[in-house]
Design a protein around this ligand. Structure first.
Ligand code: PMP
Length: 436
């Protein structure tokens, strides 16, 4: 980080804080009862996060009365926006019929049916409460079915709060026998899989690595994982918790690569807590409770009526395959348009990602590996985040950008204008060579 960028960040944070006395006071009170005033690490930002009191369509309002276009998008779970009528209506109906029913309900099987028909790799599916849980169940299924214990994961990957990786597993990661590999390094990963072939129960990968800066997988990399996993007898798991929004059938359909298991979450609950794991019938049938060798899968709220009803309505009535395809095209046009504007303005910044999920990176080219990413991009994103807030646009604190279904052409144009202006204003502080 340059001293200029540090000064700039301090200045921006102070100005941000000064404008939001109500959020500051809320944070001070919250800090007395929750560590750091926080119950979700990723929402932390200095000096304090703004407290959101209302969401409508693609807009947010904070406790100090500021309105923002919502590109934080609940880290991708907010695909539908805040109050899509079809989903609200389904939730009202479910609510009227009672909440805690203690048995199978009328939503879960049709919802499962729809998901199985959309995701090519999913022949059978089970619901749970979060993406983290979905990944834990998928991994434990793979370990039990293969009778092996090691799991290959990729540096920089995030598969949940207890499935977080830097160079290696984070201190909070569940203590599995992790084997780390490098995302998008096709030949080194092939060699690593072959070298550990008898030990690997599973390989877990996000087809676009999100937490590391939204870098899509190279096709050859996913195809290699597919063939090498089969050869090694390991279960290939695609974490599509986020990427499932990049097309009706997720990225597995876009890439035409079929994993053995897929995990889902986020938007698929229609905005309510949701997780699911599914895959080949042969693997998933181990969860049939009538079997003598059945694997258990429990969870009080696995089939809670609100997530089931909201999720089903979302897929049936809103995120139809047609809408998903159009949305992907609209969002790709947004990203390529933004990158053209950066290039034409001579700004060494590009937006990576795919469709409705984007990240800003320093450089003339979109990085294809973690090694190609510039560490100064983190500061750029923090500065652009604060800059954009001033202009009425909310990104995630770490700078991820999510587009949502309620946004129209005019709204996307406004977002692009704000991002352009923010990058133009902040980039000089990041590039300044006076290193501290
Ligand atoms: N996998 C990926 C790729 C994710 O991005 C996330 C959440 N950001 C998860 C899993 C975990 O999902 P949840 O927060 O619902 O536990």
């Amino acid at each position: 980080m340059t001293s200029h960028s540090l000064d700039r960040l301090a200045e921006r944070r102070a100005a941000y804080g000064a404008k939001r006395p109500a959020s500051r006071e809320h944070h001070a009170r919250a800090s007395g009862v929750m560590p750091g005033g926080n119950t979700r690490s990723v929402l932390h930002m200095a000096p304090f996060p703004f407290v959101i009191v209302r969401g409508h369509a693609d807009m947010l309002t904070d406790i100090d009365g500021f309105d923002y276009v919502d590109c934080a998008g609940e880290f991708s779970a907010g695909l539908y926006g805040h109050d899509t009528p079809d989903i609200a209506e389904a939730l009202q109906t479910a609510l009227a019929d009672g909440l805690v029913l203690s048995g199978p309900n009328r939503y879960e099987a049709p919802f499962a049916d729809l998901l199985c028909s959309r995701f090519t790799s999913i022949e059978r599916i089970r619901f749970c409460n979060s993406g983290t849980e979905a990944n834990l169940f998928a991994l434990q299924a793979a370990r039990n079915v293969t009778g092996r214990s090691a799991v290959m994961a990729f540096e920089g990957a995030y598969h949940g709060g207890v499935l977080t990786f830097g160079k290696g597993p984070s201190p909070m990661a569940v203590p599995f026998d992790w084997r780390m590999a490098t995302f998008n390094d096709t030949e080194a990963t092939r060699a690593a899989i072959r070298a550990q072939a008898g030990e690997l129960a599973a390989i877990i990968v996000e087809p676009m690595i999100g937490a590391a800066g939204n870098i899509p997988a190279r096709r050859a990399f996913l195809e290699m994982l597919r063939s090498e996993a089969t050869r090694a007898g390991a279960i290939l798991i695609f974490d599509e918790v986020k990427t499932s929004r990049l097309g009706a059938g997720g990225l597995q359909r876009e890439y035409d690569v079929n994993p053995d298991m897929t995990t889902l979450g986020k938007y698929l609950g229609g905005g309510l807590p949701f997780g699911a794991f599914g895959g080949r019938a042969e693997v998933m049938e181990r969860f049939d409770p009538a079997r003598p060798d059945a694997l258990t899968h429990a969870g009080t709220f696995n089939n809670n009526v609100l997530s089931m009803a909201g999720g089903l309505a979302g897929l049936r009535k809103v995120f139809t395959p047609d809408r998903a395809a159009r949305f992907l095209a609209e969002c790709e046009a947004f990203r390529t348009g933004l990158n053209s504007r950066f290039a034409e303005a001579g700004l060494a910044v590009r937006a990576s990602g795919m469709g409705s999920i984007l990240s800003l990176h320093l450089g003339q080219d979109v990085p294809e590996t973690l090694a190609q990413t510039d560490p100064r991009s983190i500061t750029l994103r923090q500065l652009v985040h604060l800059n954009a807030l001033d202009r009425g646009l909310a990104l995630t604190p770490r700078g991820d950008i999510y587009l949502s279904l309620p946004m129209d052409d005019a709204q996307r144009a406004r977002i692009a204008d704000i991002l352009m202006a923010g990058v133009q204003e902040e980039l000089p502080f990041v590039l300044d060579s006076a290193s501290s």
